[in-house]
Design a protein around this ligand. Structure first.
Ligand code: GCW
Length: 853
């Protein structure tokens, strides 16, 4: 019955035709011959210890069949007991209980809920889950191994580090997704659950392969209408669709639902009618969805209703729901993201970073056992760099979960490559030293450190209908790493990335090396060009959170303050002189953050207010570090697209082109970031860049300096989002022409044209040298990138197109024509020239200094 690799069906190793990303890392692409050779023997039949089509064990068998066929080219038969008994030649999958009743006990008592035992011995495979879900996880683990060419014998027990491994979607009932960058919702449309749930099933499959065990499909800014009878039925259909994959469904609640949907006069959590209303709603929900995972609640935050309106505590609110779901085994995830977004910014101490501890510390011990406080990783809001939230250390009597964000709200919105797992790891591994004892964040949320039964992970994903799920193929490494870390946070970020690369893009060494390199460089690069030293992502926090807008942080109630003046920058969070935030950490950590000498450079501006001339541990001044880091980060981002281009022919065409487009976009937008931030602080501080790059662009032709017809000089908002603080634009429906005679030495150049691509139309552009066409393009990024788009000329819409290898002679005439379209005016900021010959000869280090264009 053994099938030797020599007689496997002949099939060619290569790409699955027409890949669009839909299968994520579950492609089951055929293994290249060299790796297939390792499979000296594989089983000949799959035995599943459950024959109910909707059971995870049944699904596991189907998955094993599809996976083995895809990877090895043999279609194994699936048999269900009692049709046959297991033989040593099978892949057997089932629960420990089912196995024991048939085949006698196995000594795998160390399994906990959702865990599995995987045994591969000379090609004979046994996968036993502690529960059905665990069996499915074990099957996915086996398939991940063989997909990566790993046929080694193994005998392993794998248990999840924490029981809660959830994802959150911020989908609105209308079908939009808050902070989603991959198209509309796969769950909702027009106020209802969609009819066709195929994508929901495919999503459940991806989630299950990572060990994710529950999902909240609707936005934490919740719509009460989710609780209508029709939508409860819809939720039932979602739950039925995801259940075979072991993914339970929970929901976000709108705290004011009893009033807004139920017609009551109040939503006071202690009012008897309110309690009755929630109890009955909960019963109705569990009637349709008996395994509802529970509720997620955002209360008294960013304008959402909550118990504070009635002078009730957040614990009163959480416990109301906890009591309602308790008889059904449900849990309540109560978000710690509570703060006053209308804070008085003139009050130095009104520090948003303090809010979570202020709101929750005194409630420790008051939450019921099935409440879990869900805490964002840092004290503010998913910034590119934050210290771990001090709340993790402050509520030892309370169950906690960490909230991470897969969707890249503040990290480039999937239009920039940013592999986030290294950031998450820094937080998860951070030792808060509670009571002087080792207290890594991962041990706290797993429940280990404070002996809690519940705890774990919530990841905000926001997949959409785009077949790439997240809008960017490379961004899927973040979802993959999130799930794997929630299962075992000790895993290495790069190792997880490489598993994902092999599963998603195959086995070519250069593909592995290249994606590893650009991904591992991506978070440091993004931090360098978007906001370093702990100053946060310096984006426009009052608008789309995408492009640069450093002034928007300050002078408003949102509390993402930098306190930048023309001499100083940074939040003073010290105990002696500042907001006291450092003092919210346990003593050893507090002491380190309170003292500028012991605060790491990458958090210095998070905790300290210093002059721009303050010297860092690195020896640089703060301002020079800003300039250098922004140049370095943008220079690194310039290398991503060429690195990817070297993989042409080694990655299937559609994904290759889509990724290349984004990496080229990122190259241009990283320069927008670099220049905006450098020019903002240069202007504010008046301190020159030692390397003379900032504000000095000899290889640029500013649009306003060209001979203009139809284009008119205009400021943009913020001003630093235009080179030399000025751009040019046509009127609505207008036409513009900009002409310049080139005065650069003869040579071959890359030419970058900086302009603004806003929503509302697709402006049409042409560039010419001596009337010869150079490039024609459209302002159509809104069709091609899913990030939040802007209606104005600003740091979000600022972008560049680059034409490589153009031969130029002194005296050549450059002409750019722009035709406005719809509400989109045609616009231009500058044209930059880089000498190709020089670029090629420079090493990356000097390249970063050289790129001043
Ligand atoms: O980061 C902010 C986002 C909001 C989000 C909020 C939250 C869903 O800008 O869009 O609302 O956090 O986490 O509740």
């Amino acid at each position: 019955m053994w099938i030797r690799h020599g007689i496997l069906l002949a099939f060619s190793a290569g790409f699955v035709a027409g890949e669009n990303g839909l299968n994520g890392w579950l492609r089951y692409a055929s293994l290249p011959e060299a790796q297939r050779q390792q499979a000296t023997s594989i089983p000949s039949v799959i035995v599943a210890l459950n024959s109910t089509a909707t059971s995870p064990v049944y699904v596991a068998a189907q998955e094993l069949q599809a996976g083995i066929e895809g990877v090895l080219g043999v279609k194994l038969q699936v048999l269900h007991e009692p049709e046959i008994t297991a033989s040593s030649l099978s892949v057997l999958v089932g629960t420990v209980a089912a196995y024991t009743s048939k085949h006698g006990a196995r000594n795998i008592s160390s399994l906990i809920a959702d865990g599995y035992w995987l045994s591969v011995k000379a090609g004979s495979v046994i996968i036993l889950g502690q529960n059905e879900r665990g069996a499915l996880y074990g099957a996915f683990e086996y398939l991940s191994r063989i997909s990566q060419g790993n046929f080694a014998d193994v005998d392993v027990v794998s248990n999840p580090d924490a029981p809660i491994r959830w994802v959150n979607q911020w989908d609105n009932l209308e079908g939009t997704i808050e902070r989603g960058y991959a198209g509309p919702s796969i769950f909702f449309s027009d106020g209802l659950v969609v009819k066709n749930l195929t994508r929901v099933s495919q999503y459940a499959r991806l989630l299950a392969s990572l060990g994710i065990n529950a999902i909240i499909p609707n936005n934490v800014n919740a719509n009460p209408n989710l609780l209508t009878a029709e939508n409860i039925e819809g939720l039932g259909r979602i739950a039925d669709t995801m259940r075979p994959y072991g993914v339970q469904v929970g929901i976000s609640l709108n705290f004011a639902s009893p009033e807004r949907l139920g017609g009551l006069k109040t939503f006071d959590p202690l009012d008897i009618m309110v309690v009755k209303w929630w109890t009955e709603k909960t019963e109705a929900l569990y009637k349709r969805v008996p395994d509802l995972a529970g509720y997620l609640v955002k209360a008294n935050s960013e304008g959402q209703p909550g118990p504070l309106t009635y002078n009730r505590t957040l614990a009163d609110a959480a416990n109301l729901f906890a009591r309602a779901v308790q008889p059904f085994g449900g849990i309540v995830m109560f978000r710690a993201f509570v703060y006053n977004h209308l804070a008085d910014w003139t009050v130095w101490e009104a520090d948003r970073a303090n809010a979570a501890v202020e709101f929750f510390k005194h409630l420790d011990g008051k939450f019921l056992d099935n409440v879990v406080v869900q805490i964002k990783y840092g004290p503010i809001d998913f910034q590119v760099r934050e210290p771990a939230s001090p709340l993790f250390a402050n509520i030892p009597l309370t169950n906690t979960a960490i909230e991470l964000q897969i969707t890249q709200e503040y990290l480039g919105q999937q239009s920039h490559l940013v592999y986030i797992a290294p950031l998450w790891k820094e937080i998860l591994d951070f030792d808060l030293k509670v009571d002087g004892k080792p207290s890594a964040v991962r041990d706290i949320v797993a429940g280990r450190r404070f002996n809690k039964k519940l705890g774990g992970y919530a990841g905000v994903v926001n997949v959409g209908t785009n077949t790439s799920w997240l809008g960017s193929h490379l961004a899927m490494s973040n979802l993959y790493a999130y799930g794997r870390l929630a299962w075992n946070p000790k895993q290495d970020a790069q190792a997880l990335l490489q598993d994902w690369i092999r599963l998603s893009f195959g086995h070519d060494r250069s593909v592995l090396d290249t994606i590893t390199k650009i991904s591992m460089e991506s978070w440091p690069a993004y931090e360098n060009y978007s906001g370093n030293l702990g100053i946060q992502t310096l984006t426009d926090i009052l608008y789309t959170h995408f492009g640069p807008g450093p002034a928007s942080q300050d002078n408003n109630g949102w509390g993402q303050w930098t306190r930048a003046t023309n001499t100083h920058i940074g939040m003073d969070r010290t105990m002696s002189n500042g907001t006291g935030n450092a003092g919210q950490y346990p003593p050893e950590v507090a002491k380190a953050y309170d003292n500028i000498e012991t605060t790491p450079d990458n958090l210095v501006l998070w905790f300290h207010h210093v002059p721009y001339t303050h010297r860092l541990h690195s020896g640089k001044t703060v301002i020079q570090h800003f300039y250098d880091a922004h140049y370095k980060g943008a220079a690194t981002a310039q290398t991503f697209a060429p690195a990817w281009e070297s993989l042409r022919g080694k990655v299937d065409a559609q994904r290759f082109d889509e990724v290349l487009f984004r990496l080229r976009y990122q190259a241009g937008h990283s320069i927008v970031w670099r220049d905006s931030i450098c020019s903002f602080y240069h202007n504010l501080s008046g301190i020159p860049d030692e390397a003379k790059r900032v504000g000095n662009h000899p290889w640029r032709i500013q649009a306003e300096a060209m001979a203009l017809t139809g284009f008119k000089p205009t400021g943009v908002t913020p001003p630093e989002a235009a080179s030399n603080f000025t751009a040019v634009a046509t009127v609505k429906n207008g036409t513009g022409e900009a002409v310049a005679t080139l005065n650069f030495p003869d040579g071959t150049y890359d030419i970058a044209i900086a302009y603004y691509d806003i929503v509302g139309g697709r402006a049409h552009y042409g560039a010419f040298i001596n009337e010869d066409p150079l490039l024609e393009w459209y302002g159509d990024l809104e069709d091609r990138l899913g990030h939040a788009f802007s209606e104005k000329l600003d740091g979000h819409s600022a972008t560049r197109v680059t034409i490589t290898n153009v031969g130029i002679k002194k005296g050549d005439v450059l002409k750019i024509i722009g035709l406005a379209n719809g509400n989109e005016t045609a616009s231009l900021d500058y044209v930059a020239f880089s000498r190709r010959e020089l670029l090629i000869r420079k090493s990356l280090r000097t390249y970063s200094l050289f790129i001043t264009t």
